[in-house]
Design a protein around this ligand. Structure first.
Ligand SMILES: *[C@@H]1O[C@H](CO)[C@@H](O)[C@H](O)[C@H]1NC(C)=O
Ligand SMILES: *[C@@H]1O[C@H](CO)[C@@H](O)[C@H](O)[C@H]1NC(C)=O
Length: 197
């Protein structure tokens, strides 16, 4: 088990993956909404992850770039919260070397900072109105915070690299962090896309 992680989450993701996103809406608009997400995701570095994480929200996103960016940030926040729980648990696994515990606790701190930055970004994006006096400042704040979250996630893994830590705990944490770093990178690309259109 992953630092004593329950298995519910991967199974849930597997189920979600197989639910057709086109159920509630008329077929034609649903196809257009799905196509919109696919096209928008092609500007991200991880388009496949982008699509699988967002297509279930196609009915809510429709073809709105702001709702798309908002949803991407919200999905990233939820994944980061879950990762934070796992890393907390991993940092308390028995039998870790002191240097491993220290590196894991650094990660707990960095992921906690990333959570704050993502929350601020979501809040600010919720208030952003294109064409308002404040818009470019708000977008710039959001870009800064999401970039900072990405840096925090990288810093967590740098801590492991620096001390050449490659145990089982590190493998679990690294995999979780990579996933949220990819989601964060995608969300940033979608924020940039919203800002520039
Ligand atoms: C954001 O995500 C949470 C689940 O993590 C969900 O309950 C909430 O409805 C979402 N909000 C929006 C506006 O998508
Ligand atoms: C403009 O944005 C700042 C934060 O960036 C906020 O404090 C202020 O209330 C905003 N003003 C308006 C008119 O929205």
């Amino acid at each position: 088990m992953e630092c004593h992680l329950m298995l519910a989450l991967p199974i849930l993701q597997l189920l979600l993956y197989h639910i057709s996103p086109c159920t509630a809406a008329p077929a034609s608009s649903c196809k257009a909404n799905i196509e919109y997400i696919k096209t928008s995701c092609s500007v991200t570095i991880y388009p496949k992850l982008c699509y699988t994480s967002l297509s279930i929200y196609a009915g809510k996103i429709k073809t709105n770039p702001k709702v798309l960016a908002y949803t991407a940030l919200n999905v990233t926040l939820a994944a980061t919260k879950a990762t934070s729980v796992v890393i907390n648990r991993c940092s308390r696994v028995h039998g870790l070397k002191p240097i491993e515990t220290a590196a894991a606790l650094d990660c707990v701190e960095e992921v906690s900072d990333a959570l704050d930055e993502l929350r601020m970004s979501i809040d600010e994006l919720g208030h952003a109105v294109r064409g308002s006096r404040n818009f470019s400042f708000q977008i710039s704040d959001i870009q800064t915070w999401v970039s900072a979250a990405l840096t925090d996630e990288d810093t967590c893994m740098d801590g492991f690299d620096e001390h050449k830590l490659t145990g089982r705990m590190e493998t679990v944490v690294r995999r979780k962090i990579l996933k949220i770093a990819h989601l964060t990178s995608n969300a940033l690309a979608l924020v940039n896309n919203y800002a520039s259109n």
